[in-house]
Ligand binder design. Structure first.
Ligand code: BES
Ligand code: MN
Ligand code: ZN
Length: 495
């Protein structure tokens, strides 16, 4: 769905409903409310007097206009107190409203844009309306019950004349690009393992590159062998599916820009390998490429928004399967950069493929590297499905990531990577082993990756808790969340 921006009087809007956002405690909206109230012959005043609508966050009242204005309905939607409004509250209120009008069965809706709306609010409103309406239905051939089949067809952001339409259009376009990137990431992550193989994931990245004007290199198995991506190949050797390594490159015009590299874990299905997982919830492991999905989604948005920084998106992708050719506990492999790894648990495969990816990354002399990976179940024990675990080697980069996380409400929480944690990943036979000592599992993963993220500022985001299964937010669905796209785009845009 596209969002249209139009200038006009809400009384003339020919649409199934006009939505008016109302602050709880300020006079700011009196002008608009007075106009609407006058048009409706005092019905808004009546609703307020009866106490049926208090403009608390996400409060909704539906008024029927009986021909008094062009639209048959006015929806009053509460934003809470003006002084306490945050961008996240805008997302919550607008996301809730979009779902509400969709569930009412409405097809066309106009959101009146308050004159005091800041650009960030408008961008957030565009993002939240698109993200809240997200559904993954590609494998459904039968229509569900009535409610499931309702779709909103058109959404207009209605601007009062004299308000500056182009600024609103810019904010909406940004919101749309970012929401579309997030939607792409959700779609990729929700695809089951038989539909989204490593080969297919790489093709998807290529399609995005072609559509967005990025360059894209894909290394197939033979190329990976030639170049020495031995840990990626080691994880892949148990599967009949070939691995892929993808490099997406956005280079802005001009010279001398910084380079940021985004790295994503792309396990299209994680059985655990020979260290096989229990079958309950194993189906969720189709989402184990959510880091890669976030990188592809972010690169799509970055290609469209064209920030003034070079951004390289890197994806290492394979299945992790048990078989007669699979890696075994105790095997030793050599990573791209030459360090040897003793594989004590084949289910700690994400860090193995990232070891090669992080080694490869050094050649770009990046000013910052952020990897996203559904790396450890332990991060869910620590932070639940609320925030991603963050670890890194550079406080400047970490602060940038935290600032982007705060702005987008894709929140992160930092764990320490003190040298003390290196003890747990010491191997008797190789340079390092791939599991910790059983304590601080998320940090053990970070400590392992640190050994391969050498020569550049680096932050690792463990998104095992946030990539799917987040609850309680109007614009975040069940299943894949697309977590990280908004954070990464913000990081790059603020660089
Ligand atoms: N993909 C999993 C992590 C995961 C588990 C994500 C549950 C979301 C929910 C990862 O590859 C894995 O299996 N990690 C192991 C590491 C352990 C063997 C050191 C884990 O967390 O159990
Ligand atoms: Mn695993
Ligand atoms: Zn995994």
């Amino acid at each position: 769905m596209n969002i249209h921006v139009e200038i006009g009087d809400f009384r003339q809007a020919e649409t199934d409903a006009v939505v008016i956002y109302v602050f709880e405690d300020s006079d700011i909206h009196n002008e608009l409310l007075r106009t609407a109230d006058a048009a409706l012959g005092g019905r808004i005043q009546a609703v307020l007097d009866l106490g049926d609508f208090k403009a608390k966050l996400k409060n909704i009242s539906v008024l029927y206009t009986n021909g008094a204005i062009a639209s048959p309905r006015i929806l009053l939607v509460g934003l809470g107190s003006f002084d306490e409004l945050t961008v996240e509250k805008v997302r919550q209120a607008v996301g809730h409203t979009a779902c509400h009008v969709r569930d009412m069965g409405l097809k066309t809706v106009a959101f009146h844009v308050p004159t005091e709306a800041q650009d960030e609010w408008i961008q957030a409103a565009a993002e939240a309306s698109l993200l809240s309406l997200y559904q993954f239905k590609v494998h459904k051939t039968e229509s569900g019950d009535d409610d499931e089949d309702k779709t909103l067809e058109s959404l207009t952001f209605l601007v009062e004349s004299g308000f500056g339409k182009s600024a609103v259009e810019r904010a909406v376009a940004r919101g749309q690009a970012i929401a579309n990137g997030t939607t792409l990431a959700r779609d990729l992550s929700n695809q089951p393992g038989n539909h989204l193989t490593p080969t297919r994931l790489a093709e998807k990245a290529q399609e995005v590159a072609e559509a967005t004007g990025l360059t894209c290199d894909v290394f197939d198995k033979a190329t990976l062998e030639e170049k020495g991506f031995r840990t990626l190949l080691a994880v892949a050797q148990g599967s009949v599916e070939e691995p892929r390594f993808v490099i997406l490159d956005y280079t802005p015009e001009g010279e001398g820009q910084d380079t940021v590299v985004l790295v994503g874990k792309g396990i299209t299905f994680d059985t655990g390998g020979i260290s096989i997982k229990p079958s309950s919830k194993m189906g969720d492991m189709k989402h184990d490429m959510s880091g890669a999905a976030a990188v592809i989604g972010a690169m799509q948005a970055i290609g469209q928004l064209k920030p003034n920084v070079r951004v390289i998106g890197i994806i290492a992708t394979t299945e992790n399967m048990p078989s007669g050719t699979a890696i075994k506990p105790g095997d030793v492999v050599t990573s791209y950069g030459g360090k040897t790894i003793e594989i004590l648990n084949t289910d700690a495969e994400g860090r193995l493929i990232l070891a090669d990816a992080l080694g490869w990354t050094a050649q770009y002399n990046p000013n910052g590297v952020v990897d996203l990976a559904t790396l450890t179940g332990a991060v869910i024990t620590c932070l639940g499905h609320v925030a991603a675990g963050a670890m890194g080697t550079n406080s400047d980069l970490m602060e940038k990531v935290k600032a982007a996380a705060e702005k987008t409400h894709e929140r992160v929480w930092e764990f320490p990577l003190w040298d003390d944690y290196d003890e747990g990943i010491k191997s008797k036979v190789a340079d390092v082993q791939n599991i910790g000592d059983g304590t601080a599992g998320t940090i053990a993963g970070g400590a392992f990756l640190k050994k391969f993220a050498e020569g550049y500022p680096w932050v690792h985001l463990d998104i095992a808790g946030t990539a799917w299964g987040m609850k309680g937010s109007t614009y975040i669905p069940e299943g894949a969340t697309g977590w990280g796209v908004r954070l990464l785009v913000q990081l790059v845009e603020d660089w």
